[in-house]
Design a protein around this ligand. Sequence first.
Ligand code: SAM
Ligand code: SF4
Length: 360
Amino acid sequence: MHNETLHSNDSGSATPGSAFVPPRADTSRHAAGTLLDKYGRRITYIRLSITDRCDFRCHYCMSEDMTFLPRSEVLSLEECLEIVRAFAELGVHKVRITGGEPLVRKNALWLLRQIGQVPGIRELVLTTNGSQLERFAPDLRAAGVKRINVSLDTLDPLRFHEITRTGDIAKVLRGIDTAVAAGFSRVKLNTVMMRGVNDHEFPDLVRYAMDRGVDISFIEEMPLGDIGHGRTATYFSSDEALELLGRHFTLEASDESSGGPARYWRIPGSETRVGFISPHSHNFCDTCNRVRITAKGELYPCLGHNDAVQLLPLLRAHPDDRQPLTEAIRGVMGIKPKAHDFTTQMDAPRVVRFMSMTGG
Ligand code: SAM
Ligand code: SF4
């Protein structure tokens, strides 16, 4: 592996925000075309953030004054594609494109079209804030994007503007309708739960999803990045949300899975599945099948840890040789931790990067 631009330490742990080269994994355990971590979990899914930039500034995700990366420190779209190809050769078959806001990246559609044609990639999905969907939804569908997640925390225009600091809900709602009409196999809403901010709207959000035949997942807020204010006061657990929604709807537990950490409930007579993503109250690490790549090319084996490997210097040092990249990816399997490390001490972020860096 090319070490010049990377730094490592002996213990295999990293100080917050640092990145390091892991000890070389025992690659003899890997059959060709598979990625197994040391706990026997098979990695088949990557989340790739294609930009750290966003047209919104959601207050649980970003601080008001964000400094974004200079262009030269961000993966080019060709480098993103090379990363996907390397993972696909190692048995990854699902790719989620995220950000920041992926659809503000120039030529994002080009990348999606290319990934849609990479041999082995069976599922190409996208997470977006919806602000550009009215314009892009039909082209995304044509590019091979199968499913789409749209973040929607409230139906109230003023509250939406408060949460996102810049967003226009009318545009997002039009975007959701365009996406539904474009015929994705699934559209899902993602709602971050915040006590005293949007908890009284949960039933209305479920009704909104039911009216459109889309799914909705409620997400416990995670302590990612120093956002300049505490999170403990607004923390709302999945169990409490389930209890709240159970007073309004008949909810039947379902063992369906979308391949992610959400647990699903069905409402009889409706297409809509109601999911809960509960990093605090129900740990989903045992079945984790994914790793994440930031817009800077950092490969994070776990959302809840600070350890990562820098892929960008490798890509730039060996533009015509995939081998060093493949080795680095295999090496990361040796440092994927058993479980994430979120504490209920929400006001002291354990993970120093923002969610917009790692992608949702
Ligand atoms: N901009 C796109 C969006 O908002 O959907 C994609 C990136 S965003 C970082 C991905 C998801 O992460 C969104 O659903 C967002 O609500 C969620 N998110 C951001 N910060 C979070 C946090 N601290 N805890 C839980 N979810 C968070
Ligand atoms: Fe942007 Fe998504 Fe973060 Fe909101 S949650 S600031 S839309 S990246």
